[in-house]
Design a protein around this ligand. Structure first.
Ligand code: GLU
Length: 304
């Protein structure tokens, strides 16, 4: 396989990315009922902060209600899903808004949410350690992860895809071979899938996907692989030079990661997701509606 050419003009890749991001920060434009005020550009939100919440038998909720704050793990380099604008300091994205909605459902005001960026490889440990109360960030529900933590949801379903240079010959996963290098995040399901099912393909790993995208732009790798919803966000920032190719080749069901054994919190979150009316759709439309990502709200899994 021909190695994809180094893309011209990406010596200033970061600057270009920031500039594009600034134009497209994905600020929600919802006109839904405004029950909480973020104090930033997303001043109108489709959810309301609940009052007098009680959740019997949830150690996580007990901790949240005694401290008055909620610690939430997220991603912050995934535009459209979990993103921290380096210029404005604003957090945006579908996952971030799901996290805010769940915080509001627990009765926590938006300014009492402490977001923490946690890389794919460190999520289970952060939950096990109690560093965070819950995690919302492209976190696929898997049996292996369920050995250590529990998941509410799923709240979103996507599949593994490939991001390549606009002039690449790679059109699908079948074009990967021993002459191609694919980049993904350590501890993620996509890197595991490549290693297990496409062992001849060379791999490179970072803690984040944005580092993989930098390498792709610099010609250091031939493709970036992770969930299509994530890749579409990167491609949208640089459509002249990046494209998502092929059909999804896995199913990734995103859950809200919580402490194992806290079934009361899982059930509470599941009820919010199920009984939220059109909140999910509004969050989707605000963050991913224009992206080309197609999705319907999935049914949640029963606890256990
Ligand atoms: N959804 C996949 C996973 O949980 C890939 C995205 C990510 O690393 O967050 O591993």
């Amino acid at each position: 396989m021909r190695r994809t050419r180094t893309l011209a003009g990406f010596g200033i890749a970061t600057v270009a990315l920031l500039a594009l991001t600034a134009c497209n920060s994905g600020t929600p434009s919802s006109t839904g009922t405004s029950g909480s005020d973020e104090g930033d550009a997303s001043s109108s939100t489709p959810w309301t902060v609940e009052e007098d919440v009680t959740i019997e038998g949830s150690p996580t909720f007990d901790r949240i209600s005694s401290s008055g704050t909620v610690k939430v793990g997220v991603k912050e380099d995934q535009p459209g899903l979990g993103y921290l604008d380096p210029v404005t300091g604003e957090r945006t994205g579908f996952d971030v808004d799901i996290a805010r909605w769940m915080a509001a459902s627990l009765g926590v005001d938006p300014e009492k949410i402490e977001f923490q960026a946690i890389a794919s490889a460190n999520r289970e440990q952060a939950i096990v350690n109690g560093d965070i109360d819950y995690y919302v960030g492209t976190y696929s529900i898997t049996d292996k992860r369920k050995e250590q933590i529990a998941f509410a949801g799923p709240y979103f379903v996507t599949g593994q895809g490939l991001l390549v240079a606009a002039d690449s010959d790679i059109a699908s996963v079948d074009d990967l071979d021993s002459s191609t290098t694919v980049c993904s995040a350590t501890g993620s399901t996509p890197i595991q899938n490549i290693k297990e099912n496409y062992p001849e393909v060379k791999t490179k790993e970072y803690d984040t996907y944005s580092k993989c995208v930098e390498d792709l732009k610099n010609g250091q790798v031939d493709a970036v692989t992770t969930d299509e919803a994530i890749l579409i966000g990167y491609a949208a920032q640089d459509p002249d030079n990046l494209k998502v190719v092929g059909e999804p080749f896995s199913e990734e069901r995103y859950g809200i990661g919580v402490a194992k054994g806290d079934d009361a919190l899982v059930e509470y979150f599941n009820t919010q997701l199920t009984d939220g009316g059109d909140i999910w759709q509004q969050i989707f439309d605000n963050n991913l509606g224009a992206s080309g990502v197609k999705a319907e709200q999935p049914e949640v899994d029963p606890v256990g």
